[in-house]
Design a protein around this ligand. Structure first.
Ligand SMILES: Cc1cc2nc3c(=O)[nH]c(=O)nc-3n(C[C@H](O)[C@H](O)[C@H](O)COP(=O)(O)OP(=O)(O)OC[C@H]3O[C@@H](n4cnc5c(N)ncnc54)[C@H](O)[C@@H]3O)c2cc1C
Length: 392
């Protein structure tokens, strides 16, 4: 495994090395555990993995020290998250998986001190999970969040939310959710315990991926009553907060799945060196050797793109366009790598005998969530046009 420590402080380099060792020694043996289910690792397995990471001092490394972390910037997170992603279970162990990591970031940025104590602290400690409820079925918000149909109406001191949400990762079993709802012509985010009357899991979807605890749920919101102090941040700021959450969250997906693609590459490279066909190791057949060479180039380009975008976020810029570019370039590069690794392994590539099969499925889904490639390309094209027109 190659996690270049250039430009990282000795403290962060040490953390990267510790994470890599923890994933190899402690996490990878859990990959064959039967508690890895179709809708992600069971709650028992999640808690067991997180107890091990807590013991190793690796839980929520990105967060401030008073929340148990190491207060990492985005560049430092990139190195640690890549190391954690070497197993799809690594981010779960470190409590840096989606959607919780993105929700922690948003709560840290915009929640009141009281909200942080009630929702962020138990999430950081791993005692609960969370969900982010934006996407909707039935022609509501999807690629176009402006089509948001779920609404919140003021009723006395409370707000009453009605609607349906879809693809809600971790919704089944989450302690609380961040619900995006229309408030007049704007949108607002609300914090709600998932056992609030009116919130019901309709069903958990059967999806191509299987790494995220709780899977992805369709959630019904029927007259969900929340007090005004459960507005996250400020009223009518929902769309702005979505950007605060989504730009860095897109990039942390890139970081984590980079680690898994590196793992798939390592497995495929080992296989190609050992497996013989037509009188020589298959790596000596140009068709295979070149696939591995292309993997190396895709991995390096993806890593550089992640570090570049992380640097933009560290500069304090919102990184909206940069994270769109990184999301498209990295998710597509990682998918090419995963696809080549399946091919190099031959029949074994499509079996569950190696983690490559799961990595392939996970990265396929990654090309859709947090914005499909086409939507990012489209928004980049709009920006190009806007900037050209402004300069002429
Ligand atoms: C595994 C997974 C987990 C998810 N987790 C969550 C979650 O926790 N919370 C949440 O709120 N949502 C979640 N989502 C939803 C995800 O964000 C949406 O699937 C995504 O935004 C696309 O919306 P849609 O599925 O409605 O696709 P649609 O809006 O129906 O779009 C379908 C396709 O149309 C094309 N398209 C759309 N717009 C354009 C355009 N402008 N130009 C060119 N082509 C375009 C794209 O190819 C796109 O894939 C998750 C999705 C998946 C698959």
């Amino acid at each position: 495994m190659n996690h270049p420590a250039a430009e990282l402080s000795p403290r962060t380099s040490e953390l990267v090395a510790q994470t890599a060792e923890f994933v190899t020694e402690t996490v990878i043996p859990y990959e064959k555990d039967p508690r890895n289910e179709a809708h992600g690792p069971s709650e028992e397995l999640r808690l067991e993995l997180q107890a091990a990471a807590r013991e190793a001092g690796l839980l929520v490394p990105q967060l401030a020290e008073d929340l148990g972390g190491h207060d990492l910037n985005h560049r430092e997170m990139a190195a640690v998250f890549r190391a954690a992603g070497y197993s799809p279970l690594g981010p779960i162990a470190l409590n840096i998986m989606a959607p919780d990591e993105g929700n922690m970031h948003l709560l840290h940025k915009v929640a009141t001190p009281e909200q942080q104590e009630r929702f962020l602290r138990p999430l950081a400690e791993g005692t609960i999970r969370s969900a982010f409820l934006m996407t909707e079925p039935d022609g509501g918000a999807g690629s176009d969040p402006g089509m948001l149909a779920t609404s919140a109406e003021k009723d006395g001191d409370d707000w009453v939310i009605n609607g349906r949400k879809s693809f809600i990762t971790g919704g089944d079993g989450a302690g609380f959710g961040i619900i995006m709802a229309k408030t007049g012509s704007s949108a607002t985010m609300f914090l709600a315990d998932m056992n609030t009357p009116g919130i019901a899991i309709e069903r958990v979807l059967e999806t191509i991926d299987s790494s995220m605890p709780g899977g992805h749920a369709v959630v019904r919101l029927d007259g969900v009553r929340v007090p005004a102090d459960q507005i996250l941040g400020e009223l009518d700021e929902g769309f702005r907060y979505a950007q605060v959450r989504l730009a860095p969250a897109r990039l942390t997906h890139c970081m984590r799945w980079w680690g898994s693609a590196q793992r798939a590459h390592d497995i495929a490279a080992d296989y190609a060196c050992k497996r013989h066909a037509f009188g020589k190791p298959i790596i000596d057949h140009e068709g295979v050797g070149f696939m591995l060479a292309d993997n190396l180039m895709d991995l390096k380009q993806a890593e550089l793109m992640i570090d570049w975008c992380a640097g933009v976020l560290d500069s304090g810029a919102p990184g909206t366009a940069e994270s769109s570019m990184a999301k498209v370039a990295v998710s597509e590069a990682l998918f090419r790598i995963a696809d080549r690794c399946v091919q190099i392994l031959g029949g074994t590539g499509v079996t569950q005998d190696t983690i490559v099969e799961q990595v392939f499925r996970e990265i396929r889904a990654f090309r859709i969530y947090d914005g499909p490639s086409e939507v990012h390309r489209w928004s980049l094209a709009k920006r190009i046009k806007r900037e050209r027109l402004a300069s002429t």
